[in-house]
Design a protein around this ligand. Structure first.
Ligand code: ADP
Ligand code: ZN
Ligand code: ZN
Length: 708
């Protein structure tokens, strides 16, 4: 037999399959990982096909060195091929994001020694055999419970007992499974469905191999629909993938799945140790776990016969992967559902126009608890200098007086937006990127939010020597400070949640503290607007709501609308809620419609606008970014690409310069195409054509199909 393999290399220049003879030991099939020598270097390769003969001459055909333990299901190898084409990448790069952690290093199940009592050992406890006190204690422990990890009782002591035949010691697979996500309020019992929920489920029942958008207001019980659909799928003997935006921010969703389905739920996310991820992957591959819950990468769960794929909060941009291939987990989910004949269910309170256009829509129009959505007031900030509107200050004082809770959204980290010299106007910029440095006062440093560069707060202006530095704009850190001054103390906590709170655990702990506190304020970036389910938030505030509108991006309106709506969804669960939206653009359509909770009008208008402008879903956008240390090189490569790309019925914009990032100058091309497949193929061919060309060698080319 011959294995036709894909070597896992980063280079674009390597194309096609390579033939190897199979090693003597180890079972090999499509998806097996082999250690091979490729181009004279040790590499790992994935088996794409098995063949009985090869076109390579016998004496040149090399034998693979060994078979690695992990094996990818064949459908995931096929998915990698699909991703490579869909995102202008290569099968090897696609495989590298699909493969389980540690697979290329040959990671195995963790083995530990466990020990049990033998019949002779049990007898020895009663028949006056000579035992030291330690030996007797160990045997007594084993009589109560066995097997026990050998390390727990002392391996050396046990080996001596083993030689006397009193205990047995053997290898066993140790589980590194993460602890369950217990959230106190979670119940394992399914509540009776509301009328709307029952109607939605009935429509899903007809949905073999079909695709639905579940458009339901916040708190309308979408998760209960996912749970019931999953239950039905498991009962039919099939498996389930549930994608969520970020585990650390939505422990409740996970806890609800674990509470309902127990051990058949596997969890995978980047906060887990490699060992735990390996074990969860194996449980899924062996069929012991049949539901996989996780962010983006859970779409690659090694499940067979998938019957349901859910994408929760489908509007979240975190579903887009930022490395090559720049896949969109929502599209990959659709492809996996198609390949398995599974039901696809994507849900949101603020669905993307793309999904409204593409899928059959099911509605949940009311909150489960019957409470109305909160009143939203727009506060005009034009001509005001204090970061908080007087109405906001009064409302916050009310919350404190009444012992309530408020959530404040300000989508900007740090203390101030940027620093400049009060005398000459010099602006403090990142040395690597053409962007302003942001002041973080507590650590007394300025930081670049793009490359992570940090330095001490400057004492004086490097250009004129002045010591008068001006700070502009307010970030979450400054807001926290303002709020502490105005409201803090007397057991009224002011908590801050943003990317400065590093680590999933730190964030989850902060959220738990806020949930457990009887009253207080939570201030933070868009993270505070995500799916948390706090029962008792009576006030939501959006500071600078039009900030997201100022991005030069056709999705700016959509983002603004969804942020305000999501924040409003946090307020008034279990009581009367109120939302204040501070903005310099009180007439903006996205802000007005979000204030009216009118996501229908918003999405309809958005589709009309996008059709008129030729944006997705009516066209495909492809963004190509060339970057290089040498400033003119990136532009030259972008121009060369532009000359090569010639897709039918498409417009090419650029090359346009982008701000430098991490010390690299950048040039961008944007392709706006009616025929998606043709445009993707044209871009792929052009990039491949330049891959081996010497003068473009120092330039990194990144292709982003459906950029965010
Ligand atoms: P969404 O995902 O639409 O925001 P959830 O599924 O989180 O809404 O539901 C909001 C709350 O209502 C949750 O606490 C959930 O347990 C509860 N819930 C959902 N469906 C029902 C139901 N049929 N009866 C009672 N409570 C329900
Ligand atoms: Zn100056
Ligand atoms: Zn930088």
């Amino acid at each position: 037999m011959i294995a036709r393999v894909l070597p896992l290399t980063r280079t674009r220049a390597v194309r096609g399959l390579f033939d190897y003879r199979l090693p003597d030991a180890g079972e090999v099939g499509v998806g097996s990982l082999l250690r091979v020598s490729f181009n004279g270097r040790p590499s790992v390769a994935v088996v794409a096909e098995l063949a009985s003969s090869s076109s390579v001459a016998d004496e040149r055909l090399v034998t693979a060195e060994s078979v690695l333990p992990a094996r990818l299901p064949a459908d995931l190898v096929e998915l990698a091929m699909w991703m490579a084409g869909e995102y202008c990448s290569t099968p090897a790069r696609a495989l590298s994001v699909i493969l389980p952690v540690g697979a290329e290093r040959g990671m195995r199940d963790k083995q530990v020694l466990v020990t049990s009592l033998t019949g002779a050992g049990r007898a020895a406890l009663g028949d006056g055999s000579v035992l030291t006190a330690g030996q007797r204690a160990a045997l007594q422990t084993l009589a109560r419970r066995s097997p026990v990890r050998a390390a727990e009782l002392g391996t050396e002591l046990l080996r001596r007992l083993e030689r006397r035949g009193l205990v047995s010691i053997e290898n066993s697979t140790a589980s590194r499974r993460p602890a369950r996500h217990i959230v106190s309020s979670t119940s394992a019992v399914a509540p009776p469905l509301t009328g709307e929920q029952a109607a939605v489920l009935a429509s899903l029942g007809e949905g073999e191999g079909r695709r639905f958008l579940l458009h339901g207001v916040t708190g309308s019980g979408k998760t209960e629909i996912y749970l019931r659909a999953a239950e039905a799928t498991l009962a039919a003997g099939r498996t389930v993938i549930i994608l969520v935006p970020e585990i650390g921010l939505t422990p409740q969703a996970l806890a609800r799945f674990e509470a309902r389905f127990g051990d058949v739920v596997a969890v995978m996310h980047s906060g887990m140790s490699d060992g735990a991820r390996h074990d969860e992957w194996q449980r899924l591959a062996r069929g012991e776990a049949r539901v996989c819950v996780g962010p983006r990468s859970a779409v690659f769960a090694p499940l067979s016969d998938i019957g349901l794929v859910v994408v929760d909060e489908e509007h979240e941009s975190s579903y887009k992967h930022e490395g090559d291939p720049r896949y969109d987990a929502r599209s990959v989910a659709e492809e996996r559902a198609r390949a398995h004949g599974a039901l696809l269910l994507v849900g949101s309170a603020t669905p993307r126009p793309e999904s409204v256009h593409r899928f059959a829509r099911l509605r949940l129009t009311r909150r489960v608890d019957g409470r109305p959505l909160p009143d939203v007031s727009i506060l005009d900030m034009r001509g005001r200098h204090h970061p908080l509107h007087p109405t906001t200050r009064l409302a916050l004082a009310d919350v404190k007086r009444d012992g309530g809770k408020a959530v404040i959204l300000l989508n900007r980290r740090g203390w101030s937006n940027f620093l400049s010299c009060g005398d000459c106007g010099h602006v403090f910029m990142c040395p690597n990127c053409e962007v302003c440095l942001v002041l973080h006062r507590k650590e007394s440093l300025v930081a670049c939010h793009h490359c992570g560069h940090r330095e001490r707060v400057p004492r004086r202006c490097p250009s004129c020597g002045s010591v008068s530095l001006a700070r502009h704009g307010a970030g979450t850190e400054r807001m926290e400070h303002e709020l502490l001054g105005a409201l803090g103390g007397d057991g009224f906590p002011v908590l801050r949640l943003d990317a400065d709170a590093v680590g999933l655990d730190a964030r989850a702990r902060l959220l738990e503290r806020f949930a457990a506190a009887p009253s207080g304020v939570l201030v933070g970036t868009q993270m505070v607007a995500k799916g948390h389910d706090f029962a008792d938030v009576s006030l939501g505030v959006v500071i600078d709501a039009d900030q997201t509108l100022r991005f030069p991006d056709f999705r700016a309106e959509e983002r603004t609308f969804s942020l305000i709506t999501q924040l409003a969804g946090r307020a008034g669960r279990g009581g009367h809620g109120r939302v204040l939206v501070q903005t310099m653009a009180p007439e903006a359509r996205s802000i007005l419609l979000a204030a009216r909770h009118d996501s229908d009008a918003f999405v309809t208008g958005e589709l009309i606008r996008r059709q008129a402008l030729g944006y997705p879903p009516f066209a495909t956008l492809i963004r190509i970014v060339c970057s290089s240390a040498e400033p003119s090189a990136s532009l030259a490569t972008a121009e060369a690409l532009r000359a090569l790309i010639d897709p039918p019925n498409a417009a090419i914009l650029g090359p346009a310069p982008l701000f430098a990032l991490r010390g690299k100058s950048r040039s961008q091309l944007v392709i706006k195409a009616g025929d998606r497949a043709a445009a993707v193929a044209a871009c792929g061919a052009a990039v491949d054509a330049l891959a081996g060309v010497r003068e473009h060698r120092g330039v990194a080319i990144s292709v982003d199909v459906d950029p965010q």
